[in-house]
Design a protein around this ligand. Structure first.
Ligand code: 5GP
Length: 174
């Protein structure tokens, strides 16, 4: 099936915002303090690749796999499909999410990772859909706040498609 894609954020807008986010994140940490950047697979990998290049302190990159979506609907049950390999105790952990929707994934991740005693735990997300929240969850920094729209591109997929689009688009089924 082909879909109608309407660009919401183009590559230049995203690049500008990611640079601003990098500068803001850097300000959270002492100079030279190592950050353990934890990307939530799969959707965050494109954003994370750009975001880490907007940070200039020492960083480690780690990944965690979760799944809660089938098609365009959240099933509600969050599952870890790939756990972290690294110990996060006493580390400054920065969770990188593609999008916060119901908040269920992030709430689960925050609770799971906090139980492992990091020195700090912060969350950044490229996109946020606050009108869809089912649970209140703290996000430290958001790239763009959007309406209740299903978006693809820049890492976000529809059944594994469209992750490679260099922009964020609204998908209309046609
Ligand atoms: P939540 O647990 O907050 O409902 O959902 C988080 C996950 O659902 C995101 O990390 C993302 O993978 C997926 N998701 C939520 N909204 C969208 C959307 O508009 N487009 C795509 N492609 N995935 C979404």
């Amino acid at each position: 099936m082909n879909h109608d894609l309407q660009v919401l954020f183009d590559p230049a807008q995203i690049a500008t915002r990611v640079r601003q986010m990098g500068a803001e994140i850097q300000g959270w940490y002492d100079p030279g303090e190592a950050i353990m950047v934890v990307g939530v697979l799969k959707g965050s990998f494109v954003f994370m690749a750009d975001l880490v290049r907007a940070l200039d302190g020492p960083i480690n990159c780690e990944f965690l796999g979760v799944s809660s979506y089938v098609g365009t609907h959240s099933s509600g049950a969050v599952q870890i499909t790939q756990d972290l390999r690294a110990d996060i105790a006493d580390k400054h952990v920065l969770i990188v999410e593609d999008i916060v929707d119901t908040g269920l994934t992030l709430d689960y991740l925050r609770r799971t990772l906090m139980a492992r005693n990091p020195a700090s735990l912060r969350v950044v997300a490229l996109l946020d859909k606050p009108s869809r929240r089912k649970i209140e969850v703290e996000v430290d920094l958001v790239g763009f706040t959007i309406e209740d729209l299903f978006v693809v591109g820049f890492g976000l997929d529809l059944d594994q498609r469209y992750r490679n689009l260099p922009y964020v688009a609204v998908l209309q089924q046609g």
